[in-house]
Design a protein around this ligand. Structure first.
Ligand SMILES: C[S@@+](CC[C@H](N)C(=O)[O-])C[C@H]1O[C@@H](n2cnc3c(N)ncnc32)[C@H](O)[C@@H]1O
Ligand SMILES: [Zn+2]
Length: 273
């Protein structure tokens, strides 16, 4: 997939280990194979996005296969949406360490795939494990791609930027959102909070304002059993509960060695009008 210059939006071409735009802006390839296209002024902090520990926790947890049904459903959706296209262009915006896009690659070998994330730790891990996908450190707020260049954008447990997604999608292109459904990780939350409330699905009013319409919605629910405290801690580190948990609840959770919990996620399919 072709990246575009984050400074002026012009196409970047590869010359050995460097990407250059016609105006001379250049970006070196990191040894793991990804590019850093995040400009200093796009960084709200020195180390934006998920930090190294969060990335490591998620990598271990996902590699253990606990969320494999989510990856399966994602692959099915992606296949269905791009059926008949010779080389569908698929972007994972906020790709983390590439677990889900790797599954999409296996399901659609001819696809032209790219993943971006604002966390260099996530992108580094992604580039190490999937060599044939184009990876870059970049923000979903300002995607380093041409306008109308994507057939499908994936946004899992992430941060959607509607205008930016709309602009990067081709006419009639799709955006697939995967977000926690109201009962996601219910039993984990019971261990953390005195009272667990069913949480609202994230609002997508901004998507309608940007000209998207919802063309499909499905909830996937299944149970997982975590067999060690390490796995429980890894799952906690992947969720916002990792920030919210009190010291007391953290201590309580430290003694739990086995947990069966519901996983419930909503797949919302949007179409660019
Ligand atoms: C909860 S994680 C989900 C990662 C991955 N999609 C998954 O489901 O395994 C959210 C990700 O969004 C990234 N992120 C946060 N702000 C971002 C932005 N503005 N642009 C791109 N990625 C961003 C974080 O670094 C993190 O990797
Ligand atoms: Zn440039």
């Amino acid at each position: 997939m072709e990246f575009h210059c984050p400074i002026d939006g012009k196409a970047l071409s590869a010359n050995e280990a460097t990407l250059r735009c016609p105006d001379g802006h250049s970006f070196d390839r990191a040894k793991e194979g990804y590019y850093n296209l995040l400009l200093v002024q796009q960084k709200a902090s020195l180390d934006p996005g998920d930090n190294k520990e969060m990335v490591e926790a998620r990598r271990r947890f996902l590699a253990a296969g606990y969320f494999a049904p989510i990856a399966e459903k994602l692959a099915e959706f992606s296949q269905r949406l791009t059926a008949g296209m010779r080389s569908p262009r698929i972007l994972d915006a906020g790709c983390g360490e590439g677990y889900y896009l790797g599954r999409v690659q296996a399901a659609i070998p001819g696809a032209d795939l790219a993943g971006i994330d604002i966390s260099k730790w996530a992108v580094k891990a992604a580039a190490k494990s999937h060599k044939k996908i184009a990876w870059a450190v970049a923000s979903s707020k300002q995607l380093p791609f041409a306008k109308n260049s994507q057939d499908l954008i994936l946004c899992l447990f992430g941060f959607p930027f509607w205008e930016s997604f709309r602009s990067a999608l081709a006419d009639g292109g799709h955006l697939l959102l995967v977000d926690p459904a109201p009962e996601h990780l219910w039993e984990l939350r019971e261990l953390i909070y005195d009272k667990v409330n069913s949480t609202d699905l994230s609002k997508i009013d901004g998507a309608f304002a940007a000209g998207f319409s919802v063309v499909g919605e499905e909830t996937l629910t299944f149970s997982i059993t975590l067999e060690s405290n390490g796995a429980i801690q890894d799952l906690l580190a992947m969720t916002p509960h990792g920030y919210r948990i009190t010291a007391e609840a953290r201590e309580r959770l430290g003694g739990v060695q086995r947990l069966t919990t519901r996983v419930s996620v909503a797949f919302r399919l949007l179409r660019r009008g």
